[in-house]
Write a new protein. Structure first.
Length: 281
């Protein structure tokens, strides 16, 4: 079987274990080639007190023009943290240029969590990110990102299944074929995701134990694993479940290390378990 190839478009945060320093090792370990289109280089992710930031927007067009001349094809296009309106426009064009009849466009609209936008993002940016979802096959916002993209008040607790289902339908109405909400919880101690496939008109969900500890980069671990598994041929529901279980495993392994860092999870230690789940060893 020929090797599958993903391209992921997001920043390099040199220290901090998120975005490309998570996507590259995880997707590669899953046996899928990982091409990258780096959008910026930061000394760390933006949750540190300070960070350097070199914007690489100017490189996006020359890189993609070269790739077009080479006629590269990608089995999946996976976008994460994007830093400007201009980058969103260029990524929209990238989707148009590299969409094929059978590849998957997977958008993780990284912008916000726990009711708040990350530093540097605005409600207008969230609306522009919603535009990017138009061309997506799969979008995976958390509840906060979904609310900002839909221009609604954030509702982080006390909601019912109807609220989640109607939010999912509104997200697919933006144009995405499938929408998945992460961080969904209907009972104490449990959290997971609910998704909606608008082509099949089907909902799916999965819940696991909730761990009351926040580590940065877990969203990127989840999205990277989901894209990897999807590219390996798992259904979307299966791929997301594999990703959720791996993310929980990463958090638990990290918490078991009394000297763990707080800026990211020790996902490296859980890779053998992930490969077992995939049936690779
Ligand atoms: O994990 C998402 C992410 C990616 N890239 C940068 C970030 C964050 C989250 O804060 O700051 C630069």
């Amino acid at each position: 079987m020929s090797m599958k190839r993903i391209v992921t478009i997001q920043d390099i945060s040199c220290v901090g274990k998120c975005s490309l320093t998570v996507a590259l090792p995880i997707i590669s370990a899953m046996g899928v080639e990982t091409a990258i289109l780096p959008t910026a280089v930061l000394s760390t992710h933006t949750m540190f007190n300070e960070f350097t930031f070199r914007d690489l927007t100017c490189d996006i067009t020359p890189i993609t023009e070269h790739w077009k001349r080479e006629q590269f094809k990608f089995d999946a296009i996976y976008t994460g943290y994007l830093g400007s309106f201009e980058q969103l426009a260029l990524v929209n064009k990238f989707f148009t240029d590299f969409k094929t009849s059978d590849n998957v466009i997977f958008v993780d609209p990284v912008m916000a969590d726990n009711g708040k936008l990350y530093p540097g993002f605005t409600p207008e940016f969230a609306k522009a990110m919603a535009e990017l979802c138009k061309q997506a096959d799969v979008v995976v916002p958390n509840l906060t990102e979904a609310a900002f993209m839909l221009g609604e008040e954030c509702c982080l607790a006390g909601y019912n299944e109807d609220y989640i289902k109607s939010t999912l339908k509104k997200l697919t109405a933006l144009g995405a074929k499938c929408a998945v909400l992460t961080g969904v919880s209907f009972e104490p101690g449990k959290v997971g995701f609910m998704g909606y496939d608008s082509l099949k008109d089907e909902f799916f969900s999965y819940y696991h134990r909730r761990i009351d500890m926040v580590f940065h980069g877990t969203g990127d671990v989840f999205a990277s694993t989901a894209v990897g598994a999807l590219t390996r041929g798992f259904t979307l529901g299966e791929a997301l479940k594999i990703a959720a279980d791996y993310t929980v495993e990463c958090i638990e392994i990290t918490m078991a290390d009394p000297e763990h860092d707080t800026y990211g999870v020790e996902f490296e230690k859980a890779i053998p378990a992930l490969l077992k789940t995939l049936g690779d060893c």
